[in-house]
Design a protein around this ligand. Structure first.
Ligand code: DUC
Ligand code: ZN
Ligand code: ZN
Length: 488
């Protein structure tokens, strides 16, 4: 046997990127992919990938981990459990949230969440900064400074009583983000429609979980998208619309992108694989399927798949938000809560990739390269993670080796997060990530987990490129008076 050339060689597999599928060995030195080719020299360690697919580790750009909600609930998971479950599902990077609530100092919030992640994370992580209290300090000091330091995405809510940001403050955030070159991610639903519907439903005694989707009327999504897009267009500020759930919402995005508005958008597995009928269960059982926006219909599923195919939506993230079915989580208000009292959200870090692999690769919908694009390459590009998201020389060796024939029936018991259930239990999937590497180290090998808490690394991200003053506002101002530049 010749002297080893690499620390690790993954030999004999089929590599897939967002553009190509080819047979190649992968040579890894230290944390980095250094060679791709046939018959590479020996590695100190070798993994036989014959019959397997060698794919970049997943990047989940939307997960709530150890997060405090405005109502005072903390998600069921710690960074340790959430990121362990992510790794078992083939995900090696996550973007989660540092959540400011009213009266909190943003920098302190970020310091606190960073400390939690530093202690527990098994995979690499970054943060979106949630801003709920849009003070002058946040606009003038915190956003510019934090974006410079590598926290280059801000998340805001257009709904929820204690989180929502009103239109003018939203414009302030968009303008500040434009100046700082950050991306603004938005939970976009019309607050008035939802509150009005909730009140009427509860007054009439419609309290079961199955009325939650009714309260989030479909128009609450498309109205909020339209308004948000108008603001984005006014200021020429890129936005990311989170968790698109309806056909109408996807159509609004398509139209805006066609006009050149810089709008990105994601959907989530729950909107592709579940429907509102899933909430129609005896008692409060339907609470397991409650998230906001709610899951919709098979017609919406078809529209979302089409939007992914056309590129109108660029990502599929999990929106992992685990709450247990007990008094610590969904049943905090007691054993028989109204739908309004039940925490929204479902676990999804572990099953996001297997569900999509089964649909896209095993069943053939959109195919392998599109699977890699939606789940790894596009999030790396949109969120500025230059070393992540592909199998290429110089990239971090974050790799999931998939057995495309392995059959798995999802069950609550097999999940590694702390939610205690998966809303996808009972589904039979074909294809599973059997070996998962983080920066060249084998994190998952079958049922064995080799990671250690704190081995995940904070990923700081540059903001976008400098944008010349433009947008509708600039165009609509009289250039001679130069109002546009001053306002922007
Ligand atoms: N809705 C949210 O807005 N956040 C977390 C999960 C959910 O369902
Ligand atoms: Zn949301
Ligand atoms: Zn979310």
């Amino acid at each position: 046997m010749s002297d080893p050339v690499y620390d690790l060689v993954i030999r004999g597999g089929t590599v897939a990127t967002s553009s190509d599928v080819f047979a190649a060995d992968v040579g890894i030195s230290g944390e980095t992919i250094v060679a791709l080719g046939k018959n590479l020299g020996a590695g100190k360690k070798e993994i036989d990938a014959t019959g397997k697919l060698v794919l970049p580790g997943g990047i989940d750009a939307h997960a709530h981990i150890e997060q405090l909600s405005a109502a005072g609930l903390v998600n069921a998971d710690t960074f340790e459990t959430a990121t362990t479950s992510a790794a078992f599902g083939g995900t090696t990077s996550v973007i989660c949230f540092a959540a400011q609530h009213i009266g909190m100092d943003v920098r302190k919030v970020l310091t606190d969440y960073t400390a939690l992640a530093k202690r527990g994370a098994m995979i690499d992580y970054a943060f979106h900064i949630i801003v709920a209290d849009v003070t002058d300090k946040v606009i003038a000091e915190d956003i510019p400074a934090l974006v410079k330091e590598g926290y280059s995405s801000i998340k805001i809510f257009m709904t929820y009583d204690l989180l929502r940001v009103h239109d003018e403050k939203l414009l302030d955030i968009l303008a500040a983000a434009r100046e700082a070159k950050a991306l603004v991610c938005v939970h976009a639903e019309n607050h008035g429609i939802i509150s009005w519907m909730v009140k009427r439903l509860l007054d009439k005694g419609y309290t079961a979980p199955k009325y939650h989707p009714v309260s989030h009327a479909r128009l609450s999504e498309s109205e909020a998208f339209t308004r948000l897009i108008a603001f984005s267009e006014l200021l020429d500020q890129p936005i990311m619309i989170f968790h698109v759930s309806t056909r109408e919402g996807a159509a609004v995005i398509r139209e805006a992108r066609g006009r050149g508005v810089k709008v990105f958008a994601e959907t989530c597995p729950q909107y592709l694989f579940l429907t509102m009928e899933d909430l129609d269960k005896p008692g409060v059982e339907g609470a397991k399927w409650m998230c906001s926006p709610p899951v919709r219909t098979t017609d919406d599923q078809e529209a979302l798949w089409r939007a992914l195919d056309l590129g109108d939506l660029q990502l599929v993230s999990s929106d992992h938000a685990p709450y247990r079915m007990d008094e610590t989580g969904k049943l905090r208000a007691g054993p028989n809560p109204t739908f309004k009292q039940i925490a929204n959200g479902m676990p999804g870090l572990e099953v996001r990739l297997p569900l999509l692999f089964d649909a896209m690769v095993s069943k053939g919908r959109l195919g392998l390269s599109k699977f890699v694009e939606l789940t790894s390459t596009a999030p790396a590009q949109i969120y500025n993670l230059p070393n992540k998201g592909s199998i290429a020389i110089g990239m971090d060796a974050d790799i999931a080796i998939w057995d495309p024939l392995k059959k798995v029936t999802l069950s609550d018991a097999m999940m590694h997060d702390l939610a205690g259930f998966t809303p996808f239990a009972g589904r039979e999937l074909t294809g599973w990530p059997t070996t998962v590497l983080l920066r060249g180290s084998v994190l998952v090998e079958g049922d064995t987990f080799n990671g250690k808490p704190g081995e995940g690394r904070l990923m700081l991200r540059d903001g976008g490129k400098a944008a010349a003053p433009s947008g509708r506002l600039a165009a609509e101002m009289d250039p001679a008076r130069n109002f546009g530049a001053k306002l922007l």
